[in-house]
Design a protein around this ligand. Structure first.
Ligand code: VGL
Ligand code: ZN
Length: 202
């Protein structure tokens, strides 16, 4: 049995891309996206030192949009266009404890799955040093989509030196089979736990 981490002010919760376009009715809906929101709201009552929400926030014509509807790797239907309804954080997500909303994917020519950097690895968001300045040692990640923005953010949190955990039951995944992504996360030194265990142990 893994012991459940006791949450305190040195812990951060990173809520990835809980936005209308990734929920039922959105342009890039991930099944079960809506189902995770009540548990993420309960989680935010734990004494995290910082709660950060990310927001996918693209200019029109962004490089990640499929030009002609043809599927291709890392190309998606137009989604999360800056300042549209689809880009808004779900209004059912509690936000009173969210201390930072971090927007990403704003450069027309490069995407950013990770909250920490753009996909080219060259543009850093400044999130890691900000968390360090806030005294954060551990990062707990939840949200949408497990295989893309959650995975990239968690791997970068671990690479930046934070003890990192993915809260699997409050992540919405594109694929039903999570084994591959779990393996990639574990290979990155990330712990896979559940919000349910965290709530019961705290
Ligand atoms: C995401 C695809 C495109 C995500 C964002 O939030 O996982 N996926 N943009
Ligand atoms: Zn996107």
């Amino acid at each position: 049995m893994n012991t459940v981490p006791a949450i305190d002010g040195r812990d951060a919760l990173l809520i990835v891309d809980v936005q209308n376009d990734f929920l039922p009715g959105g342009a890039l809906a991930v099944a079960q996206g809506a189902r995770i929101i009540p548990a993420i709201n309960r989680l935010q009552e734990l004494p995290f030192g910082r709660i950060v929400a990310t927001q996918d926030w693209h200019p029109r014509g962004h490089v990640s949009f499929m030009a002609d509807g043809t599927p291709a790797p890392d190309r998606w239907p137009e989604h999360c266009v800056a300042a549209t309804w689809g880009a808004a954080i779900a209004d059912t997500l509690a936000q009173e404890h969210v201390g930072l909303v971090l927007r990403k994917g704003m450069q027309p020519g490069i995407d950013s799955y990770s909250a920490f950097r753009d996909n080219d690895g060259e543009h850093d968001s400044g999130l890691a040093p900000w968390l360090v300045a806030c005294g954060i040692r551990r990062v707990f990640v939840c949200g949408i989509a497990l295989e893309y923005c959650v995975r990239a953010s968690a791997l970068d949190a671990a690479a930046a030196g934070f003890d990192t955990f993915v809260l699997d039951d409050v992540c919405a995944a594109i694929n039903d089979d999570r084994r591959d992504v779990h393996r990639m996360l574990r290979d990155g030194g990330i712990g896979i736990i559940t919000a349910r265990d965290l709530m019961e142990g705290n």
